[in-house]
Design a protein. Structure first.
Length: 51
């Protein structure tokens, strides 16, 4: 595909390793779950379940 402004060929996007992407998403979701649980435990211990 050519760039309309410069009339030069554009390069294809790099091929991403699907396994690495999925692994990263799993790590991110686990970190988010740990943070959510820590916040919930802190609220429970403080007696503030409306947080």
């Amino acid at each position: 595909m050519a760039d309309a402004d410069t009339r030069t060929e554009t390069t294809a996007p790099p091929i991403l390793d699907e396994d690495a992407i999925l692994s990263g998403l799993v790590e991110l979701s686990m970190a988010m779950a740990r943070a959510f649980q820590a916040e919930a435990l802190a609220a429970l211990q403080a007696g503030d379940l409306d947080r």
